[in-house]
Design a protein. Sequence first.
Length: 269
Amino acid sequence: MAPSDEMVLGLPEASLRPFVDRYVGYRERADVPLVRREPAGVFVVLILGWGAPLDVTDPRSAERGVTTVDSFVAGTFDSWCTTRTVGVGEGVELLLAPLTARRLLGLPLNELTNRAVGVGQLPGRWLDRLRDRLAEAPGWPERFAVLDRVLAARLVASPPVDPRLEWAWRWLVAGGGRGSVGVLADELGWSRRHLASRFRQEVGLPPKMAARLLRFQRAHAASIQVGAAGRAVDWAAVAAGCGYYDQSHLIRDFHQFAGATPAALLAAR
């Protein structure tokens, strides 16, 4: 009998690792409704499931969410949302960098900004077919092997992203979102307006917002790491280390992107 709760991490094949860092297979039972608050992030969430359905809700607008789906894509979000499920959910989760998601999905990410969409609504319905293959596979190693084959083929068949955008994304990530957007535009030889337009179309968010979210993600991860080690978190040090002006600046971003103070989020974990 399969365990009621499990999480299995899979490492993609070598050719995929520049694009996909890991697969997360899960099986989770919720006898009562399980509601999670999901922080914003400059990444794309892909859930391919075959168990209990989920609801994804953006509290700012019901139209941005999706209900009773087992598989969905959530584009880059600039605020938090919630997921709700009850029953036994099983599936695979991937967190994709925006330009990787743009190639795999075959559409500019501004079409998915602040939206969760059932995979059946996406072009070609290839994700529907992939979900079915994963559900039919006998175990996690076989499922991860299916993902390797399908994702590698999609990347080979997809046109590359503008290398200037690839470079701009790596520049922002390397600086943890602390670099100046004006400097980035100058490095590219673009105007700030042109950079913002291209970024918004392909990444789903303008570069300034992407930089803020990269800082927030780094601070969020740092606080979890310190808290997991059983140490008190020095929030002023976290703020300084992640490029915030001060602790209050950090707290404002946590409110916007996670819906709570950093201390409250850590306590909830």
